[in-house]
Design a protein around this ligand. Structure first.
Ligand SMILES: Cc1ncc(COP(=O)(O)O)c(C=O)c1O
Length: 397
């Protein structure tokens, strides 16, 4: 017999999103998961040192990791944050985790008591599983792309009761939207007044030219969550971190330590080698530029589909796009039949949120043949969708 909570979490089972096992799907256009498949100069540099790194990896296996991290890596992460945001974090304010997803799960544990609410704009990365696992409640803010720039703060204010934590992911997965400074300042003010902790999911910080939203937030009331997964193209490393106010470190560290002692040492050693190379030569990170190029190609196709209700309005970064449609499962199945794998938006949202628009999510990270795939997507939309004359840009069910 399984425990009630183990059964209850199946309503928010993230393996629906990621798949239980990996299969070899090389023949297909992979526009589904947010992985990175492109030339990675940083990895090439690491390959040049593979013997040295392998030696360190093997000798790290005989020791338990630290409960908070690995000091050389914590120091480099603090340097990375300083270089990109100007913020001073002491290496002791950083806690290493098994990816950003894990950092978010610990943040829910630390900042939201069971039964309190965690708020985030929806659609989103699957945060609901972390919330369900910690027996907190979800307060989704159903958003269209155009809701981000100037409507978010008002909607947060209206729903702030019993909310203890807000997750903000900018640029947003899947819309690619950013939040303007004035709006971000209003969100910060609302969150502080209602004692809502702000968790900035910063995994796409390197994938935009817009100002970093963290500049508008009071760092005493914020946590930055990030990882090496996207920016350095190594999601399989499962290495992330949280940077948080000094007084909260002990709580966060205990949350990690009580679950798995600390991150895998081989992951920390590889992350350390990658960051060392990156900090000494930032040009080695070829990924954000490649992703931007792919987005431009994809957007050039999506723009032509505007009459069909497709979103491609001035996205500001990230590595995804949402394509609105009448029936996401149908469109995803048609595309799969033509070897183009995308995420059928709604089917991945286990709670069938009321007001969730129909959309498919396209990732440009894992696929080099974007032009070919975009052509198939455009053709398929024209075949099975009808222009949405005079309607808004999405069909809301
Ligand atoms: C917005 C967002 N946050 C977090 C994650 C999780 O990243 P990680 O691999 O670091 O756990 C993803 C992955 O797609 C994401 O899109």
């Amino acid at each position: 017999m399984t425990a009630a909570r183990a059964r209850a979490q199946l309503a928010a089972d993230v393996s629906r999103f990621f798949g239980p096992f990996r299969r070899n799907e090389e023949a297909k256009y992979n526009l589904g998961l947010g992985e990175i498949e492109c030339r990675n100069a940083l990895m090439e540099e690491a390959m040049g040192q593979k013997e040295k790194i392998a030696g360190k990896l093997l000798s790290s296996l005989s020791k338990y990791p630290g409960c908070q991290g690995y000091m050389p890596l914590n120091e480099k992460i603090a340097e990375l944050i300083k270089a990109e945001t100007g913020m001073d974090f002491n290496p002791g304010q950083i806690v290493l985790t098994a990816g950003a997803a894990d950092a978010i799960s610990h943040a829910v544990f630390v900042y939201s008591h069971a039964g309190e609410k965690v708020m985030f704009p929806v659609p989103s990365f699957p945060y609901w599983c972390s919330v369900a696992r910690n027996e907190s409640l979800i307060e989704p803010i159903m958003c269209m792309p155009q809701d981000f720039s100037d409507k978010l703060s008002g909607r947060i204010e209206a729903r702030a009761k019993n909310v203890s934590m807000l997750i903000l992911n900018v640029p947003h997965n899947p819309y690619g939207c950013s939040i303007e400074r004035g709006e971000a300042e209003k969100i910060n003010e609302t969150a502080s007044r209602h004692k809502i902790k702000v968790v900035i999911d910063d995994v796409y910080r390197a994938f935009t030219k817009k100002e970093w939203i963290g500049n508008s937030f009071d760092m005493e009331n914020s946590v930055i969550v990030d990882s090496l997964s996207k920016r350095f193209g190594v999601p399989g490393l499962r290495l992330g971190f949280a940077a948080l106010p000094k007084v909260e470190v002990k709580h966060f560290r205990a949350a990690v330590a009580n679950q798995y002692v600390g991150v895998s040492m081989p992951s920390a050693i590889i992350a350390d080698a990658l960051l060392e190379a990156y900090l000494s030569n930032k040009k080695l990170n070829t990924i954000p530029k490649e992703i931007e190029k792919r987005q431009e190609i994809l957007d050039s196709y999506l723009k032509k589909l505007e009459p069909y209700g497709i979103f491609s309005q001035k996205p500001e970064g990230g590595m995804f796009r949402a394509v609105f449609c009448r029936d996401a499962n149908l469109l995803a199945a048609e595309l799969a039949g033509k070897n183009v794998i995308v995420k059928g938006g709604r089917s991945n949202f286990p709670f069938s949120y009321a007001g969730m628009p129909e959309f498919i999510r396209i990732s440009v990270g894992g696929e080099e043949r974007i032009r070919e795939a975009a052509e198939i997507i455009a053709e398929t939309v024209k075949e099975i969708e009808m222009p949405l004359e005079g309607e808004k840009i999405a069909v809301i069910r």
